[in-house]
Design a protein around this ligand. Structure first.
Ligand code: FES
Ligand code: FES
Length: 911
């Protein structure tokens, strides 16, 4: 059969235009739209009908384009978000409302949300929240917590959108990159490869632990029309990578032994048709499965996974001690203790890892979704054995990261393939591949004991935690170091001992996920605080307020902050909601359903732990008056593009509209460090503030203006008004630098920290952020189901640079904390897709009230503190405490699935 006879011609209307497409029978409509018709506004998150990112309208009905064969579109009218945003009145109203409500964060789900919402508005122009939740229930979002999306759709046709704020620090302006996300114009990792790019497919281990040998790979490549096959032998430099110096232990391609299910062993590269047609069952690889150690206990009894790194599977440990924990606990009037366990949690960003690479002259250029372009470049330099200047990382938009896109994924495969073939090469992970191979939140097993005196004061705490870091280190050392510092929670505990171990197992590598182990520790500590309060007969909220840290009070590492410790204010802010919620506690209308309210707090040190952590932000003014901000802090949906620009504009004394932004690109934008650990608003924000101040000073000096002078940019002309006199600096008369700037400033900020001593004493962070959450839940005692009713989240952010974005961060964190508490557990081989691995849907997230507290931080830009991990940390323990207060049953293993809750209820005597 000739190749073309296998294609069939389908004609349909796409966004108002008649189109014809030749596609093989059964090809997904989503694939035809993206790859044959260039409709890259249709996003792919799963190719299985689970995520809804690919939703399009077919004859007006919202359908998953990945579940529809192209030929089924014959004669139909297909609409995608880009066409709707251009022409449809409902979509235009929605776009404005999405922007005003901050309903798009990373934006990868937004096309699916918009399209589904248009279908709803055509039938019901003014829907209520329930109708919206029903209509959008097929689309998953991992960033927003859905509430802002619901608000945006409800309000789409209600007049009275407020005029946008001015963009100064503290004003709730819509994100500056939001319009492109809402219209489907944002370009993510799989949206930018040239049409003739070769396709790369990674071969991965089907076992948790196995030896393997290859047969005739070259013959296989020849006979199947492939360009090449890469293995470990094709790595010219170090076949190892990692994110912590000294812990680079993960091979790009495994060498004879795979240590986790999904580990890469080879990569096939070829034309798209050849790679797509491959029968993977005939690959010349022979596997020999080995016993696998999946838990910390099993691994500590097993042979080491990495004999070159030690005689046991203990990878590293962290330790903090102050006072005498054991003697304080012995003298305590009441003691609460217990074993707490958590499982692997998957990041489940809707955008799977993707990108493409090509070679320009001798430089390999990698375009991919990443949270850390500078780190990517350094890691590739070691792998490729190339100098840094021959590697360029140009990040695409990132469709969610939450920590996992800090680690390398597609980058080394793409770079190796492009260098070998000298062609553009692309890859987009499938959903299963993404879930198998990406890092996870560490499972934890924590033995914790906390004491208190009769007066309610804490008296001693001992914490021992084992954290399952999987087959490779990733961010395991960071987790081991962070947990002992944070396991006290934001409370004064003078006698304290905490130890955390990271342990290698045959699980997937566990890395960074919004908290670096702190959310797990908070579950144990905050649960036991409720138990202590109960033993003392104290109100749990007042018990926390009594023990909360304050200014001039040492933390467990002996660090004392003179200002900015806002946990007490956060807890006190919950008091009205706490007292109101008590009135509705207990039974509901149904005697089997019990309502409970729980509270929990959290804190998080912003930036690296006792390590250098610099960010650099550069800006310049061109001769024509254009002010350019090189903004390299990766915006993964949290809003760095907007917040950093707001800080810079305020410091320079110009408006946001005066700025032209250049994004992350290792060739032209300095390294603003990685987007992690709640550091960008704080660290890069400070660098942006310094740059703005420096550029302002240079500009004012041109006309000898004083510091209070006003800068105005109008029609490309910069004018400076000082003491009633207006000056027009002649920028064209100045010499320009190598980048064409008449004036330029590049400033670096590195937070002041001090190393920890052998007892973990020192000043690991320049600032902490603080949070306290309240959760109201209904527990069905017959079924074990837990239904969150509402949440109240109080957050001390120092200064809310952009309150709209603060709310967005809080909502997204709360939703992820809810998932961690009630439903999310990654089990290799069992929950490797978005059908079996459950994340909160639009129907799972209840109303969230955000209370913004501003206790200025002396080190923060305009007083601001970081906010990323904080938004998630208190949610799960608040929910667990609510379950306990509803039923009297303490759940010590998350997720608190219906089966686990029901079993605990039964054991406690519930019918
Ligand atoms: S890509 Fe179609 S539902 Fe996920
Ligand atoms: S904004 Fe919904 S997945 Fe990121």
């Amino acid at each position: 059969m000739d190749k073309n006879s296998r294609l069939s011609l389908t004609a349909f209307t796409l966004n108002g235009q008649m189109v014809e497409v030749d596609a093989p029978p059964g090809e997904r409509l989503s694939h035809s739209l993206r790859e044959r018709l260039g409709a890259r506004d249709v996003k792919i998150g799963c190719n299985a009908g689970d995520c809804g990112a690919c939703t399009v309208l077919v004859d007006g009905a919202p359908l998953c384009a990945c579940l529809m064969a192209t030929q089924q579109a014959m004669g139909k009218v297909v609409e995608t978000v880009s066409g709707l945003a251009a022409d449809d009145p409902d979509a235009k109203a929605l776009a404005d409302s999405f922007q005003a409500h901050q309903a798009a964060q990373c934006g990868i789900c937004t096309p699916g949300m918009m399209v589904s919402a248009v279908a709803l508005l055509r039938d019901s122009p003014q829907p209520d929240a329930t109708q919206v939740a029903d209509a959008l229930s097929g689309v998953l979002c991992r960033c927003t917590g859905y509430r802002k999306i619901i608000d945006a759709v409800v309000a789409a046709h209600i007049p009275g959108l407020e005029a946008p704020a001015d963009g100064s620090v503290g004003s709730p302006i819509p994100r500056i990159d939001g319009a492109a996300k809402i219209a489907g114009a944002e370009r993510f990792g799989d949206d930018i490869a040239p049409p003739d790019a070769l396709v790369l497919r990674v071969i991965r281990a089907p076992h948790d632990h196995a030896d393997f040998t290859f047969g005739d790979l070259s013959g296989f490549a020849r006979s199947h029309g492939l360009a090449t096959i890469l293995t470990a032998q094709d790595v010219p430099g170090r076949n190892r990578f990692g994110v912590i110096p000294g812990f680079e232990d993960q091979p790009v391609f495994a060498e004879g032994r795979a240590r986790f299910r999904g580990e890469a062993v080879a990569a096939l590269i070829g034309p798209a048709e050849a790679v797509t047609a491959l029968d993977m069952t005939v690959l010349p690889i022979t596997w020999a499965a080995l016993p696998a150690a999946m838990t910390c206990d099993a691994a500590m009894a097993a042979l080491p996974l990495h004999p070159d790194r030690g005689e046991t599977n203990e990878m590293c440990r962290g330790f903090v001690q102050c006072g005498h924990a054991e003697s304080a606990l012995a003298e305590a009037d009441v003691v609460a203790k217990g074993l707490f366990e958590t499982g692997f949690v998957e990041h489940a960003y809707i955008e799977p890892e993707a990108g493409f690479a090509e070679v320009h002259d001798r430089q390999v250029v990698v375009h991919a979704c990443t949270q850390a372009p500078g780190m990517d470049r350094e890691a590739l330099a070691a792998i490729l054995a190339q100098p840094l200047d021959q590697i360029r990382i140009v990040p695409t938009a990132v469709g969610g990261g939450f920590g996992s896109k800090l680690d390398l994924s597609v980058q080394p495969f793409l770079a190796l393939a492009a260098l070998k073939t000298r062609r553009a090469v692309r890859i987009a992970y499938g959903r299963v591949e993404s879930m198998q191979s990406s890092t996870k939140r560490h499972p934890a097993r924590m033995q914790v004991k906390i004491g208190a005196r009769k007066d309610g004061r804490l008296s001693g705490m001992a914490f021992d935690g084992d954290f399952n870091t999987g087959a490779y280190a990733s961010w395991g050392p960071t987790v081991s170091n962070r947990v002992p510092i944070h396991a006290s929670g934001p409370y004064r505990i003078s006698d304290y001992r905490a130890k955390a171990r990271g342990i290698y197992t045959n699980g997937p590598p566990a890395g960074a996920f919004r908290g670096f182990g702190v959310p797990q520790a908070a579950i144990a500590q905050e649960s036991l605080f409720d138990d202590l309060a109960a033993q003392l007969g104290m109100d749990p909220l007042e018990f926390r307020i009594l023990n909360a840290l304050d200014n001039d009070t040492p933390t467990v590492t002996g660090q004392v902050f003179e200002g900015g410790v806002g946990i007490k204010v956060c807890l006190e802010a919950l008091r009205p909601a706490w007292q109101a919620a008590h009135a509705e506690s207990g039974r509901t209308g149904d005697p089997a359903i019990r309502r409970g309210v729980g509270v929990a707090a959290g804190w998080y040190g912003c930036g690296n732990t006792s390590l250098p952590n610099p960010s650099t932000i550069k800006a310049g003014i061109r001769p024509d008056g254009t002010i350019v901000l090189h903004q390299g802090a990766m915006d993964i949906g949290q809003g760095a593009n907007t917040v950093i620009a707001q800080i810079f504009a305020q410091a320079m004394g110009v408006t946001m509209a005066d700025l032209t932004l250049i994004g992350g690109d290792t060739q032209v934008t300095p390294d603003a460090g990685k987007t992690s650990a709640s550091r960008q608003t704080f660290v890069s924000g400070n660098a942006a503030k310094l740059s703005g101040e420096t550029l302002r000073a240079q500009l004012l000096a041109l006309v000898n203006a004083g510091p209070e002078a006003q800068i105005v940019v109008s029609d490309g002309q910069i004018s400076i008004t000082d003491g009633g006199q207006m000056h027009m600096p002649d920028l064209r008369a100045l010499p320009v630098d190598g980048e064409g700037y008449s004036l330029a400033a590049s400033e670096t900020y590195d937070p002041p920290t001090l190393p920890l001593d052998e007892n973990g004493q020192g000043s690991p962070y320049a600032q902490f952020g603080y949070a306290a959450h309240l959760a109201v839940v209904d527990v069905d005692t017959r079924l074990g189901t837990v239904t969150p009713v509402r949440l109240v989240a109080a957050h001390d952010v120092g200064r809310a640079i952009n309150p709209l974005l603060v709310e967005g961060q809080v909502h997204g964190g709360v939703a992820q904390g809810l998932g961690m508490a009630l439903m999310e557990e990654y089990i290799p081989g069992r929950t490797e897709n978005l059908h079996d691995y459950l994340i909160p849907t639009i129907g799972d997230v209840p109303p969230i009230e955000t209370l913004i507290i501003e206790e200025p931080d002396p080190h923060g830009p305009f007083g601001a503190k970081g906010l990323g991990e904080h938004a998630l940390i208190p949610t799960a323990p608040a929910i667990l405490n609510a379950i306990s207060r509803a039923t009297g049953v303490r759940i010590r293993q998350v997720p608190a699935t219906p089966a686990r809750v029901r079993a605990a209820l039964k054991e406690a005597g519930y019918a």
